[in-house]
Design a protein around this ligand. Structure first.
Ligand code: SIN
Length: 285
């Protein structure tokens, strides 16, 4: 049985960040190897540390999809996904590699800003799994921010002011594959609570991001802009951050219900190839 700290006889959970981030040592997530106790240990570590990494995973796309589906239904990363792995509509390619002069994946280091995945939908993704099959020797880190720690660190007066507010989230244009007018109409701006409650831990976290949150409902434009600026400045402070430095065959899992993330630049002379699967989520409350 998993212990309270989420460690089993064979798996070890090693914290690697300030408030978030843990490495799981001794796990192989392939279906034929990972037993139920092992999976429950990983799940608990994800709830405790919000971002978990497993090194040296040797996965085929089928393994990644099967593993991701243990957390819940796997989706294809949003309504408009031109970059999925052939034969695997659930697997999105993130890459700077070109084939016949055309990108094979989303080049996240060029387009990313801090965000939580697909919050422009009514039911944003619960979490994501990212597998590194080619990594540059330097750069291309992924940054994560702990939105629960950021919420706790706010002064009481600010928490009291924002607790019942809602914010508007929209589809970011820089995602590439610009939407047609009819696609835009099918994806209106969404209103979500500015402070959300994690459905499994019951803990509260801020739920805004510079990439997708454009306004706070019910406030005058200037007031809304000022509040968002203040919150964006707060949630991107280094003390809430974990920086993931990728190694080949890393598997990273994050909880979108209490974090946001952002990829970082790398020299284009290097190639990066990652496969991402996403887990369906619930309506935030
Ligand atoms: C993402 O923004 O979902 C991917 C992060 C990365 O490419 O490092």
């Amino acid at each position: 049985m998993p212990s309270e700290a989420g460690t089993t006889d064979t798996l070890k959970v090693r914290p690697i960040g300030k408030t978030i981030g843990a490495e799981i040592i001794g796990a192989d997530v392939r279906e034929s190897v990972l037993d139920e106790d092992g999976f429950q240990c990983l799940k608990q570590a994800l709830l405790d540390y919000k971002v978990i990494t497993l090194r040296n995973q040797m996965l085929e796309p089928d393994d990644q999809v099967a593993f991701t589906s243990k957390f819940g239904p796997v989706n294809d990363g949003g309504p408009k996904n031109p970059f999925f792995l052939e034969g695997y509509p659930e697997v999105t390619i993130l890459s700077n590699i070109l084939k016949d002069g055309k990108p094979i994946g989303f080049q996240t280091d060029q387009t990313d800003e801090w965000h939580t995945d697909i919050t422009y939908l009514d039911k944003p993704s619960m979490g994501a799994v990212l597998y590194a099959t080619e990594v540059p020797p330097e750069g291309a880190d992924t940054l994560f921010a702990d939105l629960e720690a950021a919420y706790i660190a706010l002064p009481d007066t600010v928490r009291g002011r924002i607790d019942k507010l809602r914010a508007i989230h929209t589809y970011p244009e820089q995602y590439g594959g610009k939407l047609t007018e009819s696609e835009k109409a099918a994806m209106p701006a969404r209103s979500h609570p500015l402070v959300r409650t994690h459905p499994e831990t019951g803990r509260k976290s801020l739920f805004v991001s510079p990439m997708m949150t454009i306004a706070v409902e019910g406030l005058r434009e200037e007031e809304s802009d000022d509040l968002l600026k203040e919150l964006f400045g707060h949630i991107t402070k280094p003390e809430f951050m974990y920086t993931h430095k990728w190694e080949l065959n890393d598997l990273l899992i994050w909880d979108n219900r209490c974090t946001m993330h952002k990829s970082t630049w790398f020299d284009p002379k290097y190639s990066r190839l990652m496969y991402r699967t996403m887990i369906d989520g619930d309506v935030p409350y």
